[in-house]
Ligand binder design. Structure first.
Ligand code: THU
Length: 137
């Protein structure tokens, strides 16, 4: 799938954003290895801390549908905002080599990777080593 197609799906998902507090709408479109696209938007909450970002909405939708391997994600905001730290970490669990398209509402975008946005990350492999050390495995 072309980057511009994935960005367009993220732009449509952004229209569903529930952001009555920040008014900062975010849309995401996550391309699974199967070719299926999972979209997401940010869903805010009156108790602000329970807000869920667009990227994590998309990941949770995908994983809960049985897809756990991903090629790329497109994220659309009004001004080309970059995925937050929590979303980078959640994406890295499933797709450490993910391609990321970061777009603004006018369609301008840049291409980057999760490796660049989250270098030296904590990974599932670290837990396996920890378990071996304790004799848990
Ligand atoms: N937000 C996202 O959806 N994704 C990010 O990566 C950054 C922030 C949302 C959360 C909140 O609803 C709004 O943007 C302002 O922080």
């Amino acid at each position: 799938m072309k980057s511009t197609e994935l960005i367009d799906l993220a732009r449509k998902a952004r229209k569903k954003a529930y952001a009555p507090y920040s008014h900062y709408k975010v849309g995401a479109a996550l391309l699974g290895k199967s070719g299926t696209v999972y979209t997401g938007c940010n869903v805010e909450n009156a108790s602000y801390g329970h807000t869920v970002c667009a990227e994590r909405t998309a990941v949770l939708k995908a994983v809960s549908e049985g897809e756990t391997e991903f090629e790329a994600i497109a994220v659309v905001t009004k001004n080309g905002g970059s995925p937050c730290g929590a979303c980078r970490q959640v994406l890295s669990e499933f797709a450490p080599t993910l391609t990321i398209y970061i777009a603004d509402k006018n369609g301008e975008y840049r291409t980057t990777t999760l490796k660049k946005l989250l270098p030296d990350s904590f990974t599932p492999a670290h837990l396996e080593e920890g378990n071996k050390e304790k004799g848990n495995k």
